[in-house]
Design a protein around this ligand. Structure first.
Ligand SMILES: [Zn+2]
Ligand SMILES: [Zn+2]
Ligand SMILES: [Zn+2]
Ligand SMILES: [Zn+2]
Length: 428
């Protein structure tokens, strides 16, 4: 046994040290790399957010562009990056800072002192023109090549080929295109600003230069409505109109947004509410508040783009039961331009408890009167209750009508609504 050699104690330690070092490396290195990557990512995000905050563009991040997209700076094909939801510029992350410095966004008010209403030239940006757009010069399809090419004016949405772009087009005045009667031109706001400084309020004179057809549109959208569809719609309206006339009601309450009407001529403004019945009610309440403030002359006409679930009011007014992108936003604007106004019956209702110990305060509600009281309401209620119990039975339209007929006939015989006028008191 004496001949056996024992390993020297330091040799064993050395081997153990190796093992420990190896284990530490294999565990700590991936942790360190992951940590370093996430640190870099959050630094990049902070940097990007910083650019977004200071920028005049309305930059938004996207993980995947929906159409083939090319960076407006390096002209490379890109899948993800940022886009401006006012002017439509698209850029990859690396070129964001350059793009932000190099390109101007839509100016909501003109900086220079040109106060003439027709002083604006086209504002062309290159590349990423919408699919199916046509050149204003040669009338051929634009933007069909797989590269950064062709131009679009961010105000009138006209498009032109690279080779058709001439200096005459660059210097041409912009007429704001198809939606000129809905757009508030930046020069108009510059003039108004000056008039307010001079304490003049005759906006009608100024607006007369924009034509009798000019009925500027204010868009009030709820970005949370319709499974966040409102967010995308806000961007699409900002691209087609002046961004100053598009509001997110979750950030700017309707009463504040509607103050823009007071800078427009009397009875000229229209408002498009994008949201469910709740949002429409909120805007109508703000309109009522304008009346209280003595701003009757500025009260706008209200159109609805129904998002969300409860859209009864929108349906009654002829704007449909729900919008899920079936028609392009441009078509929505055309519908608003062609719409006729009707009056809506709105009541203030006070509900008072008539018990002996009447401790509760009377409650006040605003009611849009598109419901009815009496036998037909009872019929609808009975129908609704029945459908709630057995929804599967109500899948056929004809069957539904038959059920309606049944309840109608039943009420004729039973007369549950008899002497309703004696039971209900309506006061104004
Ligand atoms: Zn780039
Ligand atoms: Zn922009
Ligand atoms: Zn233009
Ligand atoms: Zn052309």
């Amino acid at each position: 046994m004496e001949g056996e050699q024992r390993p020297a104690p330091y040799q064993g330690l050395f081997a153990d040290g190796h093992l420990v070092l190896y284990t530490l490396c294999s565990v700590l290195l991936p942790v360190f790399i992951t940590f370093w990557c996430s640190l870099q990512r959050s630094r990049r995000q902070l940097h990007r957010r910083d650019i977004f905050r200071k920028s005049k563009h309305g930059w938004r991040d996207t993980d995947l562009f929906s159409h083939p997209t090319y960076c407006c700076v390096c002209a490379q094909h890109i899948l993800q990056g940022a886009f401006c939801d006012c002017c439509g510029l698209r850029v990859d992350e690396g070129c964001l800072k350059k793009a932000d410095k190099r390109f101007h966004c839509k100016e909501i008010m003109l900086k220079n002192d040109s106060r003439a209403l027709d002083a604006m030239h086209h504002h062309w940006i290159r590349g990423n023109v919408p699919l199916c757009s046509y050149c204003v010069v040669c009338k051929q399809q634009c933007g069909s090549q797989p590269k950064l090419c062709d131009y679009r004016c961010i105000w009138c949405q006209k498009t032109v080929h690279d080779e058709c772009m001439k200096s005459s087009l660059r210097n041409e005045k912009c007429d704001f295109g198809e939606f000129r009667n809905l757009i508030i031109p930046p020069s108009y706001l510059t003039c108004i600003n000056q008039m307010r400084k001079d304490k003049k309020t005759d906006y009608a004179m100024l607006a007369s230069k924009l034509g009798k057809q000019w009925t500027p549109l204010i868009v009030l959208a709820n970005s949370r409505s319709g499974t966040n569809m409102g967010e995308g719609l806000l961007g699409e309206f900002r691209i087609l109109l002046n961004p100053v006339q598009v509001f997110d009601v979750t950030k700017t309450p309707p009463i504040k947004a509607l103050q823009l009407c007071t800078l427009l001529p009397f009875h000229s403004a229209r408002v498009l509410v994008c949201g469910g019945d709740g949002t429409v009610g909120w805007v109508l309440d703000a309109v009522d508040e304008m009346k209280i403030k003595g701003q009757e002359k500025y009260i706008p006409q209200v159109a609805v783009l129904p998002l969300g679930t409860g859209n009864d009011l929108s349906n009654t007014l002829g704007w449909g039961t729900g919008y899920a992108g079936e028609i392009p936003v441009a078509q929505v604007l055309r519908n608003v331009m062609e719409a006729d106004g009707i009056k809506l019956d709105r009541w203030k209702v006070q509900v008072t408890n008539k018990g002996y110990y009447n401790l509760r305060k009377p409650k006040e509600f605003t009611m849009n009167n598109y419901f009815s009281v009496g036998p037909d309401a009872l019929m609808a209620l009975n129908f609704h209750a029945h459908r709630e119990k057995a929804p599967s039975l109500f899948s056929s339209r004809i069957l539904n009508k038959a059920v309606y007929l049944f309840y109608g006939t039943k009420d004729c015989l039973v007369q549950e609504c008899k002497d309703l006028n004696k039971k209900v008191e309506v006061s104004f």
